[in-house]
Design a protein around this ligand. Structure first.
Ligand code: AHR
Length: 505
């Protein structure tokens, strides 16, 4: 057993926990929409075809904001095809995923679903095959009160009140060769700036996200952000980040260190954004929208070109292990550590497609392993994120990443004094003892200590065994009168420990 020490001090505040940190993503892709959130034939569907079991799990997951309708899908999408009487909607080709799109679910159905799920919508406009005019038309349809062509069209479609959608993505992954309508940074930067200007004229209260690189491995990473922000800095509020991680037969230690890769990525984008801000002598600091992140076993995906024009095909329905849940928990810790700069983050995606929630036509929806760290973090990361600087050895692993063995993140609710600790032990062999000094005024006691991992790392949840893997309660902690807390962290595990002030008397 090795030891990690750290101090928890309520004065070391990074930032309040951003409510939009716990977002997710619904794309017209595979069975995320059709057969996922929307499935009129399923016994759990309501009168509008929305699956109530998925709604229930979405609420339990604690999702605050949901990005829609893509993803790659949006870059070939005509939003008008998905509004109005269903019988008049065309059947179209989804060129992103070589699928047949029936358009029976569109903007107004998504907004109805969002209201039932209690989530804020985050809409993406098509800057792949379309441009300024169509983005403005969609905004007019969504947010303008009445008396114009598109606002009256919305009213004619039975939606009297404007949707008032605040968050808008200016396209998706526009640097990607796989993207319909891929652009250079200059082309995209100019288009995004002009679209942003025009959209803000229609609704000055919207918040806009410019596309950053599709991932950190893109050859133009860094220069893409710089060029795009050179054009858009004054007109947007966020620059986006996307990242997917996967374990391969020879990268286990690197996989367990994914949160450190994520930290470096986030800090690189902050540096680039602030460099452009400084160059422009701007007083604004842009926020980051980490609007796609998750684990994706991309090496198992044959690629878009091998898809064959079917409706709602089973696409990238990855089944996640306990070890995957440990890594997802650690990625949430990385997001929390950057709460001062990340304004939005979306776990991609919500249902079936690399998702925490899975469905089949013949059973109730179930929780994948990764559902649990997300739900627990969204529920209990409350108040302010505290800076924690653990002193910890380097993890022993199958390869040498130099990553620290233990990560610790803490949030504290200044109203109640409740403290939540998140801890990751990425060491593949040894248990760790976490020795914390709590510099809190209140006497705290542990009210809950849950662990994922530390054994059974390859186990998954499935339709046949939907509840096989869930967090388990641990008693391996001790708190002393002089506010020292020790917590045992099994090898390859993610833990959440909740403390509350000892009730008076
Ligand atoms: O989430 C799946 C896909 O990953 C999205 O459509 C795209 O934006 C990203 O490449």
């Amino acid at each position: 057993m090795f030891t990690t020490t750290a101090t928890i001090d309520p004065a070391f505040v990074i930032a309040p926990v951003p409510p939009r940190l716990f977002g997710s993503f619904v794309e017209h892709m595979g069975r995320c929409v059709y057969g996922g959130v929307y499935d009129p034939g399923h016994p759990a569907a309501d009168a509008d075809g929305l699956r109530t079991d998925v709604l229930t799990l979405t609420k339990e997951l604690g999702v605050s904001v949901v990005r829609y309708p893509g993803g790659n899908f949006v870059s070939g999408y005509r939003w008008e095809d998905g509004v109005g009487p269903r019988e008049d909607r065309p059947v179209t080709l989804d060129t992103a995923w070589r699928s047949i799109e029936r358009n029976t679910f569109g903007l107004n159905e998504f907004m109805a679903w969002s209201r039932l799920a209690g989530v804020e919508p985050m809409m993406a406009v098509n800057l792949g095959t379309r441009g300024v005019e169509d983005a403005c038309n969609l905004l007019e349809y969504s947010n303008f009160t009445a008396g114009t062509r598109y606002s009256d069209l919305r009213i004619a479609h039975g939606v009297r009140d404007p949707h008032n959608i605040r968050l808008w993505c200016l396209g998706n992954e526009m640097d990607g060769p796989w993207q319909i309508g891929q652009k250079t940074a200059t082309q995209y930067g100019q288009l995004a700036a002009e679209t942003a200007k025009a959209m803000r004229r229609i609704d000055p209260d919207i918040e806009l996200v410019a596309c950053g690189s599709s991932n950190e491995r893109m050859p133009t990473f860094g220069s893409w952000e710089a060029e795009v922000l050179d054009h858009t800095y004054e007109f947007v509020d966020y620059i986006s980040l996307h990242a997917y991680f996967e374990q391969t037969p020879d990268n286990r230690a690197q996989f367990l260190a994914s949160a450190h890769t994520m930290d470096t990525f986030i800090e690189g984008v902050i540096a680039t954004s602030d460099h452009i801000g400084a160059k422009k002598r701007s007083r604004r600091k842009l926020k980051l929208s980490f609007d796609e992140w998750n684990l994706w076993y991309e090496s198992r995906f044959a690629g878009q070109d091998n898809l064959d024009w079917t409706e709602a095909p089973r696409l990238i329905e990855d089944e996640y292990t306990t070890e995957d849940a440990v890594v997802v928990g650690s990625l949430l810790m990385s997001l929390l550590r950057h709460a001062d700069r990340i304004g939005v983050a979306c776990l991609a995606q919500l249902v079936n497609v690399i998702a925490p929630i899975r469905t089949e036509p013949d059973s109730a929806a179930w929780r994948q392993t990764i559902f649990h760290p997300f739900a627990l973090t969204a529920r209990h990361a409350r108040g302010e994120v505290l800076r924690v600087e653990p002193v910890t050895p380097t993890a022993h692993g199958t390869d040498r990443t130099g990553a620290p063995a233990v990560d610790v993140t803490a949030t504290r609710d200044p109203e109640t004094g409740a403290l939540t600790l998140f801890a990751l032990n990425r060491d593949e062999h040894d248990s760790g003892r976490l020795d914390l000094r709590l510099h809190t005024d209140e006497n705290l006691h542990v009210v809950e200590h849950l662990v994922m991992g530390g054994g059974d790392l390859l186990a998954t949840n499935s339709q046949a065994a939907p509840d096989r893997i869930a967090p388990r309660t641990s008693t391996h902690h001790e708190i002393t009168a002089d506010s020292r807390l020790t917590i045992d962290l099994p090898p390859v595990s993610w833990s959440i420990v909740r403390l509350e002030p000892v009730p008076a008397g």
